[in-house]
Ligand binder design. Structure first.
Ligand code: AP5
Length: 217
């Protein structure tokens, strides 16, 4: 059975966003990135953004109750009917349990969990070199995937590539520590339900995508 309701698990910089953007185009199902939603809220200065900003800048996780409410709303939007790719959620056992309850309520089933596995020593270089298109949020890397001279795929691309404030060298170790302590245990949480597939993320993006396509069917 094809997997179209899925979670992408993996450390900061593992390539979840890069792969989710590619899968979104391929399968026409939305990437739901809690990080992107939070960054948009910070930029817009909403109450959620104001509360989340300090946690994000410090590399710490935002409190579960803020995130769960946000996902509850997002999973009820019409574009999620034929599937979704959760990127960056759940990140704690509390969030995973809340997702279980929410899916029961929505009569939807989590069809698979894919762990994009990358050794920790690779992650720092990926994160500090990441750049994102100011407008469409497409992800690039100064060395591994430089932003194209002609801009991203949008006609109005301002060719402005921004670095995330939490991609600074002094913040990344806190993010990696939060991943190890709070998110890594989710692999066991989902393994017991037989839902976890592991993909080697320490290869070029297209090779990783090819493995993902095989797993997702
Ligand atoms: P979030 O935005 O979710 O960040 P993250 O999980 O730390 O993941 P990243 O976006 O850093 O990495 P990625 O795996 O998507 O890698 P990417 O594809 O961009 O969260 C940010 C913050 O928001 C958190 O710290 C927290 O404060 C808060 N937050 C979000 N969700 C939360 C939640 N559920 N609960 C609580 N708090 C939450 O790739 C990275 C770089 O590597 C790019 O430059 C890319 O071009 C490059 N790259 C990708 N793949 C490859 C490859 N195969 N080879 C070489 N380079 C590659």
């Amino acid at each position: 059975m094809a997997i179209r309701r899925l979670i992408l698990l993996g450390a900061p910089g593992a390539g979840k966003g890069t792969q989710a953007q590619a899968l979104e185009e391929l399968f026409h199902i939305p990437q739901i990135s809690t990080g992107d939603i939070l960054r948009a809220a910070v930029k817009a200065g909403t109450p959620l953004g104001v509360e989340a900003k300090a946690y994000m800048d410090a590399g710490k996780l935002v409190p579960d109750e803020l995130i769960v409410g946000l996902i509850r709303e997002r999973l009820q939007e019409p574009d999620t009917q034929s599937g979704w790719i959760l990127d960056g959620f759940p990140r704690t056992t509390v969030q995973a349990e809340a997702l279980d309850a929410l899916l029961l309520e929505l009569h939807q089933e989590l069809e698979g969990v894919v762990l994009v596995d990358v050794p920790e020593d690779v992650l720092m270089e990926r994160l500090v070199g990441r750049r994102t298109c100011l407008v469409c949020k497409k992800v690039f890397h100064v060395k591994f995937n430089p932003p194209p001279e002609e801009g991203c795929s949008r006609e109005d691309c301002p060719k402005t590539w921004v670095q995330r404030s939490d991609d600074k060298e002094d913040v990344v170790p806190t993010r990696l520590a939060a991943y190890r302590a709070q998110t890594e245990p989710l692999t066991d949480y989902y393994s017991s339900a037989g839902k976890v597939h592991t993909v080697d993320g320490n290869r070029p993006p297209l090779a990783v995508l090819s493995s993902l396509k095989e797993v997702l069917g």
